[in-house]
Design a protein around this ligand. Structure first.
Ligand code: 173
Length: 496
């Protein structure tokens, strides 16, 4: 059951089945309770259509796959609780399920042992084979032509090293501090929604794996387990951050901040790049579902509505809100999704503790620049103005090697976040996979620091990098366009 108000009017399944239109209101049964989701339709990140599909029915199966039991408290108003369902009603099938489950099970049983994982891309490869198609589509997709997704990754390849020689590198220490907390390596698990799509234990096994390796887990606002379940899953002494999506109902944000205080969260990362969800077409194509009127040929895609009110996040979130959040708590407030120097300067003026230079893993505005490129622009200005100690600057997106982490740190980042890498490691191997992924990244860093002639994090400096090609962005293939483009023809010779 969800954490809902205790009272309400009992509802029969017959009564429930009458509420399938906007006029009669949209009622849905979830885990034995009935909710009026009419006002929530336009706020649902997965679109209104899927809710309409389950109107008047028992949606528990699909709901429980995507949402946690604190969903009611986090996203709905008390008025949306109708009451308990008084009779048994079969759960409707989950219409997002697709692909060959038997084949996936076989692949899962025969997957390579963890000892065969040599780098983070190996986890991605295995995850791609074993994930249900909808989960792979959701995790891997990015906005539009996925230019930013790929640019995030490739940008690191345009930076080379200037290693030092003949320095004592007998002891390497890659530990550092994030917002005042000791961490064993300068990277963290960034927030990503719906970890349970790929693994039954979802965010819980990520919490355990990160905690054991003393790496911070940033908990998603859209996690598939409740905030309490995830904070309770972390081992003693481990630290967590919280990623906050601010909804039009501001009270929910303050409730979340209070919950963070109770659970000793060490940083609140307000995400500011998501006034509307980006269009991730691989994902949208996979969300095609049967309308179920006995006609399986009729398929509809529930596309992120173009309707301006289809705003999951609040489009009028401003710096004033950030000030208020700061006043409401002693937990450090950070801004996630900053994409220009000017905004870093405003963040400093507003006294925020940290910014994450991020384009949301390429999932929001396509052609947003790669965070590492922005970092290279931002840090020299902060240093020149004596502001570089006033704020912690993090980057996320495109990181897959220890050398990527080192490059970002040389430029002046405090740390880097990885999102998909953790989803993939967790989907394929659970907690052990999460730990192995962290260990691989740590050991890559350890080795690369030795070869770079640097023994501790503070000694990673910009002079160790060759940045000459950083801005020489290569052309990234537009696959969709190229598939249909008909090349121009050269002049033809006459047949002899
Ligand atoms: O990137 C995402 O998919 C994301 O940020 C999100 C937002 C709302 C609900 C689920 C995921």
């Amino acid at each position: 059951r969800l954490d809902s108000p205790p009272t309400g009017t009992p509802v029969s399944s017959e009564e429930l089945s009458k509420h399938t239109t906007l006029q009669s209101r949209i009622w849905v049964a979830i885990n034995g309770d009935v909710y009026d989701l009419t006002d929530f339709l336009s706020l649902h990140p997965g679109g209104a259509k899927i809710i309409m599909h389950y109107a008047g029915k028992n949606a528990s199966k699909i709901f429980n796959k995507y949402h946690a039991k604190d969903f009611f408290a986090k996203f709905l108003t008390p008025e949306s609780y109708v009451g308990p369902l008084i009779d048994e009603l079969d759960e409707e099938p989950d219409i997002t399920e697709s692909g060959d489950a038997e084949e996936r099970k076989r692949m899962m049983e025969n997957k390579p042992p963890l000892s065969d994982m040599f780098n983070l891309s190996d986890f991605e490869y295995v995850a791609k084979q074993i994930l249900p198609p909808n989960a792979w589509a959701y995790y891997s997709s990015a906005a539009d032509d996925e230019i930013s997704l790929r640019e995030n990754h490739y940008a690191y390849h345009r930076i080379f090293f200037h290693p030092k020689v003949l320095v004592d590198v007998s002891e390497i220490d890659i530990s550092t501090e994030f917002l005042g907390e000791k961490v064993d390596a300068p990277f963290y698990c960034s927030a990503a929604a719906q970890a349970r799509l790929g693994n039954e234990d979802g965010e819980l096994s990520i919490a355990r794996g990160c905690g054991d390796e003393n790496i911070i887990q940033m908990i998603s606002s859209q996690a598939s387990f409740s905030f309490d379940e995830i904070t309770d899953a972390k081992p003693d002494g481990a630290n967590q951050w919280f990623q906050l999506y601010v909804l039009p109902d501001r009270e929910k944000a303050y409730d979340a901040i209070k919950a963070c205080e109770k659970k000793d969260i060490k940083g609140i990362f307000v995400t500011v790049d998501t006034a509307l969800l980006g269009r991730r077409e691989k994902d949208l194509r996979h969300r095609v579902f049967s309308t179920g009127d006995g006609d399986d040929n009729e398929v509809t895609a529930f596309v992120a509505e173009n309707d301006p009110i289809m705003a999951f996040k609040d489009p009028i979130l401003t710096w004033k809100d950030i000030q208020k959040f700061k006043e409401a708590t002693d937990i450090p407030i950070a801004i996630k999704g900053v994409q220009r120097l000017e905004d870093v300067l405003i963040a400093i003026d507003n006294g925020v503790s940290a910014v994450v230079l991020s384009n949301h893993g390429g999932r929001q505005l396509d052609f947003a620049r790669s965070p590492v490129e922005i970092l290279a622009e931002v840090m020299p200005v902060l240093r020149e103005r004596g502001l570089d100690k006033k704020i912690e600057v993090y980057v996320d997106g495109g990181i897959s090697r220890g050398s990527d982490v080192i490059k970002a740190l040389c430029l002046g980042a405090k740390g880097v976040g990885l999102g998909r890498a953790f989803l993939y490691a967790n989907s394929a191997y659970g907690e052990d996979g999460v730990k192995k992924a962290i260990q691989l990244l740590k050991s890559e860093m350890y080795l690369d620091m030795k070869l770079l002639g640097v023994s501790k994090i503070e000694d990673l400096t910009p002079d160790l990098l060759d940045l000459r090609n950083l801005y020489a962005r290569p052309h990234l293939n537009d696959y969709l366009y190229n598939q249909t483009y008909e090349p121009l023809q050269s002049p033809k010779f006459r047949e002899p």
